[in-house]
Design a protein around this ligand. Structure first.
Ligand SMILES: Cc1cc2nc3c(=O)[nH]c(=O)nc-3n(C[C@H](O)[C@H](O)[C@H](O)COP(=O)(O)OP(=O)(O)OC[C@H]3O[C@@H](n4cnc5c(N)ncnc54)[C@H](O)[C@@H]3O)c2cc1C
Ligand SMILES: *[C@@H]1O[C@H](CO)[C@@H](O)[C@H](O)[C@H]1NC(C)=O
Ligand SMILES: *[C@@H]1O[C@H](CO)[C@@H](O)[C@H](O)[C@H]1NC(C)=O
Ligand SMILES: *[C@@H]1O[C@H](CO)[C@@H](O)[C@H](O)[C@H]1NC(C)=O
Ligand SMILES: *[C@@H]1O[C@H](CO)[C@@H](O)[C@H](O)[C@H]1NC(C)=O
Ligand SMILES: *[C@@H]1O[C@H](CO)[C@@H](O)[C@H](O)[C@H]1NC(C)=O
Ligand SMILES: *[C@@H]1O[C@H](CO)[C@@H](O)[C@H](O)[C@H]1NC(C)=O
Ligand SMILES: *[C@@H]1O[C@H](CO)[C@@H](O)[C@H](O)[C@H]1NC(C)=O
Ligand SMILES: *[C@@H]1O[C@H](CO)[C@@H](O)[C@H](O)[C@H]1NC(C)=O
Length: 547
């Protein structure tokens, strides 16, 4: 009797999952009734190519000795480098668009899912791991950058990283830049696909806001630009995460004006040195400050000397678009408590600021920004939040106390918003964390010294992060509690059978109106849901208006 019940439940689950997978596109292998094999895929790719030698040099399976180094080269969260994490069946490293077209067509034909990797900084490793058989297109050979100084624009291929972009611009001029992120090894395509913020966000808004055009391959291999794709898809690609829709081959960027001299400063203080009151005031002052100033605050807990007593150390890192002589009077008037003095300021060229934020000294030759392996990698789990009302002193005390409970492998990073971001509506692009946000909160735990994220120590750190997220809830945005899609977190949910289920994570990344628009665009552009991953934009069998 017990067995019968169990098996009928099993049958029910089976039939449910059948309905479910139908409703958001069946796995391709079952539609096509093929078992994916790398031989078939490789034969297909070769027969689609006019130069067998050339294409064969760009295909890697686990039997090739270079497979592992190529895959590992851009595993930028070391949490996923463990050999128990599933890797691609085949890696293709195309050198041109025709080869991408062939890889796409052969993946569809032979029942593989596709993952596209640019800089490989995805927090959950979604560009290079998957629980299904998949082909990884690694765009590492497609990273050319054409800068046009006279019309302040640049065409950047889909595989380039931010450091390569900064370096390419700096070879032409010191007075143009692009409002991109801090880490030079982050890929342009992942960065722009999720919106993308950095040291110029208060002056020029997000990276996605400064995209002028795009070259894009859809699921049928058609190559489209902004005009031929229409404004809906062009909107979606600049914050809705491009990998839900297709493959970005290149981005046309608007370059922005920067002064030849910028000023960097670092204020390094602990609670004993008054950091609590300075942080409290920071929340009121800097989100409303001059747009030329960007300040981030990194917070860690640490032991005081050789005692068992802990404190919080805060690093206020500032970058001002201008010289010391204009910065100091501004800060001395608006925020004297921060105590920014001439001694802790450094005037540099914009490219040197990129070096400083990349972890190099400003005198390092700028070419190092193009060396993707010069940036150290970590094993981490991270989450994000947005603060819209200054956290009261009682809340700050709770935060410090919570940080004292960790084993000091945690870090918080507050990133100041306001300025230009106040001028954009939440629906201007899919990236919705705009007006009213004082600062972004990034929280991370490191698995340094641990072989995986499942050891007792790692689990303790993860549990700490969850309890921190719970503790901070009253002080951050709500309805929805917003999260940054480029700091993607699968623990927010991966369900996508119904809109209700998907909105648990979709509303947080995009807010409801944008999420619904992304779902409508996805249904038009990729109705069979070929471009998918655990948090890709879902396809439903029912019209969204019926939900
Ligand atoms: C150390 C570090 C520092 C960071 N600093 C910042 C920062 O300062 N500002 C900020 O905004 N974010 C920052 N991020 C987050 C970063 O923007 C995201 O992780 C981003 O998605 C990384 O892009 P990528 O190309 O390196 O990653 P990938 O893992 O290669 O790609 C990320 C996603 O984009 C898709 N994708 C990649 N290329 C294409 C393409 N050509 N066409 C379609 N889809 C594509 C992938 O399939 C995947 O879904 C940082 C992340 C890390 C790890
Ligand atoms: C793409 O590269 C292959 C191999 O180098 C070459 O044979 C082919 O002509 C190229 N196609 C285009 C459109 O450049
Ligand atoms: C085919 O590609 C190889 C390797 O890239 C190259 O050496 C060769 O000249 C190409 N052949 C033709 C006919 O283009
Ligand atoms: C990798 O091995 C496959 C056969 O499994 C072969 O077709 C391909 O050319 C090899 N790749 C390289 C780069 O040698
Ligand atoms: C740069 O842009 C200008 C103005 O649009 C254009 O005339 C010129 O041809 C471009 N230069 C290059 C090298 O593409
Ligand atoms: C901050 O100050 C402490 C104590 O002097 C020092 O150990 C640490 O290296 C400093 N951090 C930075 C980033 O300068
Ligand atoms: C301000 O900073 C200077 C170093 O730049 C330091 O000597 C001084 O003690 C600081 N003053 C206060 C009030 O913290
Ligand atoms: C890039 O950086 C790595 C790590 O620092 C170094 O080993 C390598 O030699 C560098 N490569 C180049 C081309 O400079
Ligand atoms: C991989 O992870 C497992 C636990 O999931 C751990 O036991 C093992 O030591 C890890 N392997 C390596 C090489 O770190």
């Amino acid at each position: 009797m017990k067995n019968i019940n169990l098996s009928s439940i099993f049958l029910l689950i089976l039939s449910l999952s059948f309905v479910v997978s139908q409703s958001h596109g069946s796995p391709l292998s079952s539609i096509l009734d093929v078992t994916p094999t790398s031989e078939n895929f490789i034969t297909c790719l070769q027969s689609n190519s006019n130069n067998l030698t050339a294409i064969s040099q760009l295909i890697f399976t686990p039997t090739n000795t270079s497979y592992t180094p190529i895959w590992q080269a851009a595993v930028n969260n070391l949490r996923f480098i463990n050999s128990s994490i599933p890797r691609p069946s085949i890696i293709v490293t195309p050198t041109n668009e025709t080869q991408i077209q062939a890889a796409l067509s052969c993946a569809k034909k032979h029942g593989y899912e596709l993952r596209i990797r640019c800089g490989g900084h995805d927090f959950e490793g979604l560009s290079y791991t998957a629980k299904v058989p998949f082909v990884m297109i690694d765009l590492v050979n497609m990273k050319s950058i054409d800068v046009n100084v006279s019309d302040a624009s640049a065409w950047v291929q889909g595989g380039a990283v931010l450091g390569e972009l900064y370096y390419a611009i700096s070879r032409y001029t010191d007075t143009l830049s692009f409002p991109a992120g801090i880490c030079p090894a982050v890929g342009v395509s992942g960065f722009l696909g999720g919106g993308g913020y950095g040291n110029l966000v208060r002056k020029y808004a997000t990276g996605g806001d400064n995209v002028l055009d795009v070259r894009f391959m859809d699921v049928n291999g058609n190559i489209l630009d902004r005009k031929s794709m229409g404004e809906d898809l062009f909107w979606a690609l600049r914050g809705g995460v491009a990998s839900s829709f297709g493959i970005v081959l290149a981005w046309k960027l608007r370059l922005v004006a920067v002064p030849e001299t910028v000023t960097f400063f670092l204020v390094n203080i602990t609670l004993e040195q008054g950091a609590n009151d300075i942080y409290y005031k920071y929340q009121y002052v800097l989100p409303n400050f001059d747009r030329d100033l960007q300040v981030s605050v990194q917070l860690n807990s640490e032991y005081i000397g050789n005692t068992r007593k802990k404190t919080i150390r805060m690093l206020f890192r500032g970058l001002y678009q201008g010289g010391i002589d204009t910065l100091l009077p501004l800060l001395n008037k608006g925020f004297p408590e921060l105590n920014v003095t001439r001694e802790i300021c450094q005037e540099v060229r914009p490219i040197q600021a990129s070096l400083l934020f990349g972890g190099f000294t400003p005198s390092t030759p700028a070419e190092i920004l193009t060396n993707r392996s010069a940036v150290p990698r970590l094993s981490f789990k991270s989450t994000s939040d947005y603060v819209k009302t200054p956290i009261p002193k009682s809340g700050l005390r709770k935060i410090w106390r919570k940080m004292f409970e960790s084993d000091t492998f945690e870090a918080l990073q507050m990133y100041t918003f306001g300025g230009k971001m106040e001028e954009y509506s939440d629906t201007a692009t899919p990236y919705p964390h705009r007006a009213g946000v004082l600062y972004q909160v990034y929280k991370t735990v490191l698995f340094t010294g641990q072989p995986s994220d499942t050891t007792a120590v790692s689990r303790r750190r993860l549990a700490w992060l969850r309890s921190f997220d719970k503790m901070i809830e009253p002080y951050v945005s709500s309805n929805p509690r917003e999260a940054y899609v480029n700091y993607n977190d699968l623990d927010l949910g991966v369900g996508s059978r119904t809109f209700k289920e998907a909105s648990l994570w979709g509303d947080r990344y995009w807010k409801r109106d944008n999420f619904k628009r992304l779902i409508r665009i996805k249904a038009k552009v990729d109705p069979d849901n070929f471009f998918r991953h655990p948090q890709s934009i879902p396809v439903f069998s029912t019209y969204l208006s019926d939900i």
